[in-house]
Design a binder for this molecule. Structure first.
Ligand SMILES: [Zn+2]
Length: 346
């Protein structure tokens, strides 16, 4: 029987939503991870330290199954952010990073950034105080094809941000293209990238071939097979520029299987086991720990977790629950297109 032991991972990008969802979702994350960067795109986005602190309290209430768990809070970037409030919140460890959503690019992002140059004062302050900038790297422009939006963002916006703020610590989040992998690999600046489990596993044909699979619909949208392969080699790379952010993004099943289905994949429950399988299938199991437990902490200059997790390989494929129920809501659990034989030992 095959067993591996690795440093306990962190999730560098997660959506907990709000209200009823928190009680069920937060403990699913806190039992598996010691830290999680929490996205601020709630119905009322988190734009002040008070909101972040209030939200953080709620998260800590629901994460008592792991005494080490630390939710790392983000502030939703827009032109009106109070710079003094931001700096104070960062110094007091209420806020960990700032998140840039181009307006309208994804769920609850209508109040995001329309013109990046109008946030330069904020970025300047972040640079000085070493506050990381997390970026949803897609333009939101009807004239740009949805499959090209990451590339256009890199060319038109990110290149400019990197040039103006060479010392700003930047995470290009949930990258999806070969182009983004090359950009991150070729830039010497303080820029790294996160990759989701589902973008390592699926391409757009998996979502669209013969029948449409709403549970594979996410943003940024799945891309070509050559992109997926580039993401895989980035994840297996030894240059430490790439790490896991699950982008686990739950929606009620009714809002996924609808005329206008929401974007987002919920993978918290099985992401570690699924990734162990992906890495093993590609004979890269020895690189798993770097990708899920090491590279992100190095980028954010945080200590590695001292706890460990153990995975064991079992004979029969594991059946994960199909849905997570929260009162009358049902959240579909991510189902990859291959069998999983890796089990987490508690
Ligand atoms: Zn996200």
């Amino acid at each position: 029987m095959k067993k591996i032991e690795i440093i306990k991972p962190d999730d560098w990008h997660v959506h907990f939503r709000e209200g009823l969802f928190l009680e069920k979702l937060v403990p699913e994350t806190s039992k598996l991870f010691n830290r999680a960067i929490v996205m601020p795109n709630l119905t009322f986005p988190i734009v002040s330290s008070n909101q972040a602190s209030e939200y953080k309290k709620q998260l800590l209430d629901f994460s008592k199954n792991n005494e080490y768990f630390e939710p790392l809070m983000t502030l939703y970037l827009n032109e009106e952010i109070d710079i003094k409030d931001l700096i104070k919140a960062y110094e007091n460890k209420i806020i960990f990073a700032v998140k840039l959503y181009p307006a309208g690019a994804t769920t609850n992002s209508s109040k995001g950034v329309k013109d990046i140059t109008k946030t330069y004062k904020i970025l300047e302050a972040m640079c000085k105080c070493k506050i990381p900038l997390l970026i949803h790297g897609e333009v939101n422009n009807k004239e740009i094809d949805v499959f090209d939006r990451e590339k256009v963002f890199i060319d038109n916006e990110l290149t400019q941000i990197c040039k103006e703020f060479p010392n700003l610590k930047i995470t290009l989040e949930h990258i999806t293209t070969k182009y983004a992998v090359q950009f991150v690999n070729n830039t010497k600046r303080n820029l790294k990238a996160s990759i989701t489990p589902h973008h390592l596993i699926l391409n757009r044909s998996d979502m669209l071939e013969h029948t449409i699979k709403p549970h594979y619909y996410c943003l940024p949208i799945l891309k070509r097979e050559e992109d997926r392969k580039a993401l895989l080699s980035a994840a297996f790379n030894t240059n430490k520029k790439f790490f896991m952010g699950t982008d686990s993004a739950p929606h009620d099943i009714k809002n996924k299987e609808a005329d206008c289905g929401c974007a987002g994949i919920f993978n918290t429950i099985n992401c570690i086991q699924v990734l162990a399988q992906v890495f093993e299938n590609n004979r890269q199991l020895n690189m798993l720990e770097n990708f899920i437990s090491v590279n992100g902490a190095l980028h954010y200059e945080l200590p590695l977790n001292s706890e460990k997790i153990r995975l064991k390989k079992v004979k029969d494929p594991i059946n994960f629950p199909n849905v997570l129920k929260i009162n009358n809501f049902k959240i579909k659990v991510f189902k990859p297109n291959f069998k999983i034989f890796w089990q987490l030992e508690s």
